[in-house]
Design a protein around this ligand. Structure first.
Ligand SMILES: Nc1ncnc2c1ncn2[C@@H]1O[C@H](COP(=O)(O)OP(=O)(O)OP(=O)(O)O)[C@@H](O)[C@H]1O
Length: 247
């Protein structure tokens, strides 16, 4: 049985009849233009927005799960995290254990290592760079060891090294038997790391399938309204908008 099963998910003016499923071990990429509905979809999956249709976690609708139960099983990394208090990195990551009511040192250390922040565990969050902070928020979600990890543009503020490093960690987390669902604007990362891609357009699912099925020049050029070149056999995969102006 699929761990996540989305059936005819709709939200007036924002999402229209989205369906897909994800099995344990899968990394799912959600791509699409600005405003396509990616964040809205992720928030519905996390049970943070009301919706029509069904969004099933292990057979139970996420809207019916008690908040603590939902937080144990479904972890969300929002597009922007922020702390109003100048807490230490380790204290913030430890907050990922709140749904479990413990302070599992092994889970906290493992999460910090996966996010590449173990060496800065005693530093204050307000004194970190944007990319460093982004990795702290990722570690916070990983520390909760959710069955389904949902992340909204987890690589957006990261340099090239940490883009690879974080994607490697998310891939490894999926391979451990979890479902990972991420919104991404970097198609090369999506092509390399994702098992399935859901391409969203104007609140609808334009196409869901393997990277090779979804990432075609015709489809991407139409949805993104610009000519896009695709070579999935290159290393790294090339999925880039063609320049129309001279250099
Ligand atoms: N709270 C809200 N109430 C009503 N409409 C909203 C709300 N938040 C976002 N929207 C609208 O819903 C649509 C989808 O927004 P969403 O944030 O899901 O897009 P996205 O695909 O994540 O975009 P981006 O790539 O820019 O992050 C947009 O048209 C947006 O203006």
């Amino acid at each position: 049985m699929a761990l996540i099963d989305v059936r005819h998910l709709s939200l007036p003016d924002r999402l229209d009849d989205i369906s897909f499923s994800a099995h344990a071990g899968q990394l799912i990429g959600v791509i699409g233009p600005n405003g396509a509905g990616k964040s809205t979809l992720l928030h519905c999956l996390a049970g943070l927005l009301p919706y029509h249709g069904q969004c099933l976690f292990d057979g139970a609708d996420v809207a019916t799960l008690a908040p603590r139960e939902r937080a144990r099983h479904i972890g969300l990394l929002p597009q922007q995290g922020d702390s109003v208090w100048p807490l230490s990195v380790q204290d913030i990551v430890a907050m990922g254990r709140l749904p479990w009511g413990d302070n599992d040192a092994a889970a906290i250390t493992e999460a910090m290592t996966a996010a590449g922040i173990a060496h800065m565990r005693r530093r204050r969050i307000d004194r970190l760079s944007g990319g460093e902070r982004a990795r702290v928020w990722l570690a916070r979600v990983l520390a909760g060891r959710p069955n389904v990890l949902i992340a909204d543009e987890p690589t957006a503020s990261l340099d090239l090294f940490y883009q690879r490093s974080v994607m490697d960690s998310l891939r490894a987390y999926a391979d451990q038997g979890h479902v990972v669902i991420i919104a991404l604007h970097d198609f090369a990362l999506a092509a390399h790391y994702c098992d399935q891609i859901c391409l969203m357009h104007e609140g609808q699912s334009e196409c869901t399938g393997t990277p090779a099925e979804v990432l075609t020049e015709e489809r991407l050029s139409r949805v993104f309204r610009t000519s896009i070149r695709v070579d999935l056999n290159a290393n790294p995969p090339v999925i880039a908008a063609c320049y129309t102006t001279p250099r």
